[in-house]
Design a protein around this ligand. Structure first.
Ligand code: DGJ
Length: 590
């Protein structure tokens, strides 16, 4: 073989064996955890980073490390998020060490730098976590500004916002032009948020302890519509831990942030796939496309730490992360394809999406399960209203013409028949998800064991107030033009809103009685309430105050009365399969 050809053959073999994303040229996918190389052949060195998009380029700012040493803030740029051009240092250590702590001299620590642009001044403003280089006790921020996005950034000052400690931090520019500094404070116990001055270089006096006493760090904030979403980690130094996602419609209100727990599902969820959040990027050119950015720290050599970037699943209205070995931006087209239906209309075609995993009700070789988006397996149902039955439908699979049928605790597709086994009561919940109940036995569609895994089995079980019984009604926007609904109900709104429409009469023949006794709600049901029952208590405005399961023992069902129940009129609903009793309850303090 000629030498040139031999070299080319070797190179092809080597390139073929390398994971996508390991080579710095013509990369076409994102491979989290691999070593990423810039177009100049050097390993990308931009940790705890953030991004800013301008004129067709994403600019990625991050901690430049030499081993463990902090060595300024680097900046890279890319048109496609795969191929990165190294633009060098945006903020360079310089000047003399001062006793006033007002310097960025050699040896100072700058972590988690973030840059925003101020439209009024035309300046780019960088905020970062600053330490003196001895330990983490100074807990300050550094502010620097530049006239060009890539810098050079000029040191402005270090400070403690509102006199408070500030370690892991980020800045967030809202769509009204206001910007906020969000940080771990109070010895990392409490997250603070401060409104910045008009030029973004100083804190104002307006600040709030938005997430008190949870010990969260690594903040990354995004906004979709009017909903703010915050990703955080726990505090375990460089070691990974389960993440947290919180939502609010009021960024500066401590009382409104709702903690939804770990946004990650599938293997690796308990360590955020061995990474720690740093930023959320709005990806340009796609609908509702946001990318989660995190660091997979190498605690003995921070310089060689790698990056974990994942698309954020948002269509359920609850942010979710899944691991992808490799992905590209086309995933965002797929994620935006199925939309939440504003209402359930007779004759329309819908899919059912699990609240737990953002996966669709599917048929995998006859097994009814949840599956990733997969046109071959996902069940698209025509919903046919059942005459004379409120909110009741037959679900006819478009691909096979068969209907979803209950069989004991199992589900199957079967040829269309007239029985109640093929009739499903769609009960809409306050967060717009549905509980899907069989008319045959009153059991509801339930994800077996609450699994979030692909191919998780879906069965029929007694109702439980859990995400495993919640399914969203979605439609294929490529094929249908139904009215869409915004899936983002803040958890607080969902808690406060009316849940399942309370039927005016029960089916118990009027035999059930309800009263309060001490700290308990005591129900004496008629027949048909043997075994486990579900109890729901509403106030006069229809707000759900309690939803619980309780067994009927010797003809009596007892449940705990919600603490702090004030005097007044309430509605209580007791359900056992298809038998239900609805009673008013007058509560007077004992
Ligand atoms: C965890 C933080 O998130 C990192 O940015 C860094 O400050 C390490 N702690 C230091 O232990």
């Amino acid at each position: 073989m000629e030498k040139g050809i031999w070299l080319a053959a070797c190179l092809t073999a080597v390139l073929g064996a390398m994971p996508a994303g390991a080579w710095g040229q013509n990369v076409k996918s994102i491979v989290s955890g691999a070593t990423w190389t810039a177009t100049d052949g050097t390993s990308i060195n931009a940790h705890g980073g953030g991004m800013l998009y301008e004129d067709g380029y994403y600019y990625w700012f991050g901690e430049h490390r030499e081993g463990m040493k902090s060595a300024g803030v680097s900046v890279y740029r890319s048109k496609d998020l795969y191929n990165w051009e190294n633009l060098g240092l945006a903020l360079t250590p310089q000047g003399e060490r001062t006793n006033t702590l007002q310097d960025i001299s050699e040896g100072r620590l700058v972590e988690r730098p973030k840059v925003i642009k101020n439209e009024k001044t035309g300046k780019y403003v960088m905020w970062g976590h600053w330490e003196d280089g001895e330990d983490y006790s100074k807990a300050r921020v550094v502010v620097a500004t530049a006239d060009k996005i890539e810098g050079p950034y000029t040191f402005v000052r270090t400070l403690r916002p509102n006199g408070q400690e500030s370690r892991d931090q980020t800045v967030f520019r809202d769509d009204d032009g206001r910007a906020y500094h969000i940080r771990s404070s109070e010895n990392n116990m409490t997250v603070h948020c401060t409104l910045l001055s008009d030029d973004y270089t100083k804190p104002t006096d307006t600040y709030e302890r938005i997430i008190p006493e949870k010990q969260y760090e690594a903040p990354a904030i995004m906004k979709i519509g009017d909903t703010y979403i915050g990703f955080f980690s726990g505090c375990t130094s460089w070691d990974p831990n389960p993440g947290h996602v919180l939502m609010t419609k009021d960024l500066m209100s401590a009382g409104d942030w709702r903690d939804l727990g770990n946004p990650c599902i599938d293997d690796g969820a308990e360590t955020t796939y061995r990474s720690q959040s740093t930023f959320v990027l709005k990806v340009e050119g796609y609908e509702d496309a946001y990318m989660f950015m995190a660091d997979r720290w190498n605690k003995s050599n921070i310089e060689t730490s790698t990056y974990v970037w994942l698309p954020i699943h948002l269509r359920t209205g609850y942010p979710m992360l899944r691991w992808y070995d490799s992905w590209d931006l086309s995933i965002f087209e797929q994620m935006a394809r199925f939309k939440r239906a504003a209402s359930l209309e007779d004759g329309n075609t819908y899919v059912l999406l699990s609240r737990l995993s953002d996966r669709m009700l599917s048929s995998d070789e006859g097994n009814i399960c949840l599956y990733n988006d997969d046109e071959g397996r996902n069940l698209q149902f025509v919903f046919e209203a059942v005459d004379g039955e409120e909110d009741t439908y037959r679900l006819k699979d478009v691909a096979t013409g068969q209907c979803l049928e209950a069989s004991g605790s199992s589900l199957r597709l079967a040829p269309e028949g007239g029985s109640t086994a093929q009739q499903w009561v769609m009960e809409r919940q306050g967060d717009k998800f549905y509980v899907v109940k069989s008319r045959l036995n009153g059991r509801v569609l339930t994800v077996k064991d609450g699994s979030t895994k692909n191919k998780a089995q879906v069965v029929l079980d007694n109702y439980a107030a859990s995400n495993k019984t919640k399914f969203g009604l979605y439609f294929d926007s490529k094929r249908f033009d139904y009215e869409e609904d915004n899936p983002f109900v803040s958890p607080k709104e969902a808690e406060d809103s009316t849940t399942v429409g309370v039927p005016a009469v029960g089916t118990d023949g009027g035999n059930t009685s309800v009263r309060c006794e001490g700290g308990s709600l005591v129900v004496k049901p008629g027949t048909g309430f043997e075994g486990m029952n579900s109890l729901t208590l509403y106030d006069a405005a229809g707000r759900c105050l309690l939803r619980t399961e309780a067994a009927s023992v010797a003809g009596v069902i007892v449940a705990g009365r919600p603490a702090g129940l004030s005097e007044g009129l309430y509605m209580i609903r007791v359900e056992n399969g298809m038998t239900k009793a609805v009673r008013t309850l007058k509560f007077i303090h004992p």
